[in-house]
Ligand binder design. Sequence first.
Ligand SMILES: Cc1cc2nc3c(=O)[nH]c(=O)nc-3n(C[C@H](O)[C@H](O)[C@H](O)COP(=O)(O)OP(=O)(O)OC[C@H]3O[C@@H](n4cnc5c(N)ncnc54)[C@H](O)[C@@H]3O)c2cc1C
Length: 553
Amino acid sequence: MRLPFIVIVDDDMQVLRSIQRDVRNEYRQEYRIIATGSANEAMELIKELKLKNEMVALIISDQRMPEMEGVDFLESLKEIYPDAKLVLLTAYSDIEAVIRAINKVKLDYYLVKPWNPPREKLYPVLDDLLGEWQALYKPVIEGIRIIGYQWSPKSHRLKEFLSGNLVPFLWMDVETHQDAEKYIMSANKSQSDLPLVVLRDGSFMTDPVLPELAARIGLQQKATGIMYDVLIIGGGPAGLSASVYGSCEGLKTLLIERSNPGGQAGNSARIENYLGFPNGLSGAELTQRAIAQTLRFGTEVLTPKAVKNIRVQDGYKIIEMTDGSEIQSKSIVIATGVEYAKLEVAGIDKFTGSGVYYGSASVEARACREEIVYIVGGGNSACQAALHISKFAKQVNILIRQDGIKNTAANYLAENISKTNNIRVLPNTEVVSVDGGNVLEQITLKNTRTGEENPVPAKAMFIYIGTKPGTDWVNDFVLKDEKGFIITGAELMKTKSFRQLWKLDRDPFMPETSVPGIFASGDVRCSALAGISSAVAEGAMAIRFVRKYLNEM
Ligand SMILES: Cc1cc2nc3c(=O)[nH]c(=O)nc-3n(C[C@H](O)[C@H](O)[C@H](O)COP(=O)(O)OP(=O)(O)OC[C@H]3O[C@@H](n4cnc5c(N)ncnc54)[C@H](O)[C@@H]3O)c2cc1C
């Protein structure tokens, strides 16, 4: 356990040395003691301790200091460490003035100089104060803090990124968390600078861009190799599985993920149909296990990094990233899955991230405590999200254009929904507009049968209305169907352009695209069966064929 601090400040070096010596002699086993001759320096030091999440038990300050009076100094620190015990050192002649000031600040004690012998005049006082502090203090939760506005898209982006990358953090809503303001003060920032991210070492960043934050928290940002055997694009279940099998089989493997490993599955609050987990498991847990496994086998994982182009030169593949860097590989597995389809209604862009969310149920569910929440869509993901959010929200409303969720959701989900008191299914209903000030406040619902429109108050709306493949960036030499899914294997051979593109004597392997050595697996592949188990199986299978391809090179 980290020891709490005692801070001493006195501009008179002789007094400073002697009180520091006496305090050290008695308390150094249980406290870390720091002493300084300047009130301003002490102030900065204490702010630094706050940012590092250190505990301060006691602050001893002289009253007469050139930069400011001790009473004012201690008063300003009360805002940062309200529970710390405050002791003023004063000369006999100052006592009256000090007592007047003390009433204002609520000091814990004033100590008249000199305090000899310390065993009679100093230690009994400090023992009492420190004993009281020890009895009342609550241990600080360590780790990264994000301080911001609950319904701000900037805060949401950071929370989503950290939780998606399985980095624990403490969220502090500036409007409700009692400690939030103390961090803002300690960083010498104001509310207009939010969100503020305070890292473990006490350093901080205001509204950081994700790659910078990623680098600061130790996520790998640069490939170490010059040439990889297999480069996997996308860190969902298919990509993670391919990376585990690639590294496990001794291939030099690199995985590139645009945002958070886990893909769509990472957003799943409870996966109940994954083999071997009879009680289900969360997407975050599955991702965490997969990441740990792939790193153990030696995969390099770059995140957040997006691929924007692929070139092929003498059979080798060159990947161009959105940050301008390039990486070379002998083979590629594209596992970029699908993205959420956007809901096209008036006002939606303004509130995306500040009340309107695509996925993200697991990140924002707690913020919906006692609120009325809407879920758009009636498929499996929408129902999973509704069940998860219902643990926190007052009421969850599932909006679906059809007559009900019987034909759109799996049986077990529909049954669970019907048994959950605070979930309502609103059939034949669609959203036509969203409204509010800075954050979402109201949505307008339309009955698709009667055409009647009805505005209702809403704090949050989660959208699950289908998906589209994330392949806009994939070059045309990789054949796609009319919806953008990547065509592979036998289906390729049925396309008109196959003969112009394919020049090898053999047929394409089952997961191989129109470019030899570029494979596709998971939801992004045309004709793939969507779902986590299928994606995992496809990722593993892609590696079998990567091996065959590498053997021919
Ligand atoms: C909320 C929710 C709950 C679900 N629950 C279940 C369930 O319980 N059971 C089940 O079987 N299925 C479930 N599914 C479906 C399942 O999650 C998907 O079928 C599965 O995740 C597909 O895996 P994938 O790896 O093919 O693609 P994805 O999971 O979509 O992963 C693709 C990854 O590629 C990344 N990427 C995209 N473009 C780029 C680029 N240019 N550069 C780098 N990276 C990129 C993305 O950021 C993403 O992380 C659920 C889906 C959702 C949305």
